[in-house]
Ligand binder design. Structure first.
Ligand code: GDP
Ligand code: CA
Length: 317
């Protein structure tokens, strides 16, 4: 069984850990979002790729959901002592090493996909992790700021520094139009038996990956099942509602399914709280969707996979 999953950070990584447990024999390829990537202190930081790599590799800070376990912050404190910012992005000492290795390899001419593969040699995540593109794509957010007026900021600045407090007027994956899928991305989708959307952010995680020319069409040709990141009208974690509002989509499991549309989705898992969701042409199933522990998470992944296999059989028949 060959499975492709598109993934952002926390929601994606946790789901993938469940998927790996539910389907230990499957060949899982993860296409990671790089729209959140940012250069800080001269280092290239890829938050979503690292969250997937650390989570599946056993190095994640479990409570936080991102960053390294047993982390220390000596470098951050030393930078602050020099008055060098930004201070709002929390990079720990262990995490810094990852970004140093990545930046060194990128400077030596390796594409991000090769760098990611090299980093995964250490972490052995048990899946093949490929960035959506080797080209630079950075999500920017146009905000209406009461003091500064309307201006664009890097997604991380809006998300982490501003905690999405200023409403987003629009969100754009800058560079996506000219970007090419990383080597292996389209082939993995084409060869996949099924494609899964974990409960990742529909706008700035899954939406950004789908914005790379060629990826959406390749995905649309497959049997696709998504897991709703929205339960009972609110994101389980984070501020995905602020992203959905910016693109004119209501924060509900129903609206997110309609946003993906039947051109993309064949099946949609919603929480029991949203059992009334109906979307013409999409098979909707309700079950508990809180990834509260390892067993609950692998049961969610198993349900997504079962639905995908069932729908694929219908399509193939
Ligand atoms: P990020 O890049 O770290 O923001 O992570 P993702 O884009 O992969 O996932 C963020 C989404 O995960 C949020 O919209 C949350 O609502 C969703 N999420 C987090 N925990 C859970 C959970 O236990 N169940 C479900 N269904 N969604 C979750
Ligand atoms: Ca992210």
């Amino acid at each position: 069984m060959k499975i492709v999953a598109l993934a952002g950070g926390i929601g994606g990584a946790r789901f993938l850990r469940g998927l790996r447990a539910a389907a230990p024999e499957a060949e899982i390829t993860v296409i990671g979002n790089t729209g959140d990537d940012i250069s800080l202190f001269g280092l290239r930081v890829c938050p979503d790729l690292d969250t997937v790599m650390y989570t599946l590799g056993g190095g994640i800070n479990e409570e936080q959901g991102w960053g390294r376990a047993a982390e220390t912050f000596a470098v951050k404190e030393e930078l602050a002592a020099y008055g060098v910012g930004p201070s709002w992005f929390g990079l720990g000492d262990r995490d810094f090493a990852t970004h140093i290795v990545r930046t060194q390899m990128l400077a030596a001419g390796y594409p991000l996909s090769a760098v990611t593969e090299a980093l995964c040699d250490r972490w052995r995540p048990g899946v093949r992790l490929i960035p959506m593109t080797d080209d630079q794509v950075e999500t920017h957010v146009v905000v209406d700021d009461p003091e500064r007026g309307r201006h664009a900021v890097h997604f991380q600045e809006w998300w982490v520094r501003m905690r999405a407090s200023a409403p987003a007027v629009s969100i754009a994956p800058v560079g996506a139009d000219e970007a090419k899928p990383a080597p292996g991305v389209v082939a993995a989708i084409e060869e996949a038996d099924v494609v899964l959307f974990p409960p990742s952010n529909p706008v700035v995680s899954i939406g950004t990956i789908l914005a790379i020319p060629g990826i959406r069409d390749a995905v649309a040709a497959k049997t696709v099942v998504g897991v709703s990141p929205i339960i009972g009208g609110a994101p389980v974690r984070g501020m995905a509602d602020a992203c959905l509002t910016a693109i004119g989509v209501e924060t509900s499991a129903q609206a997110v399914a309609e946003h993906y549309g039947l051109g993309l989705l064949d099946g949609w898992l919603v929480d029991d709280a949203d059992a009334d969701v109906r979307v013409e042409g999409i098979e909707v199933r309700a079950r508990p969707l809180l990834m509260s522990d390892a067993d609950a998470t692998s049961a969610i992944a198993q349900a997504a996979l079962d639905l995908a296999v069932e729908l694929k059989r219908v399509e193939d028949a």
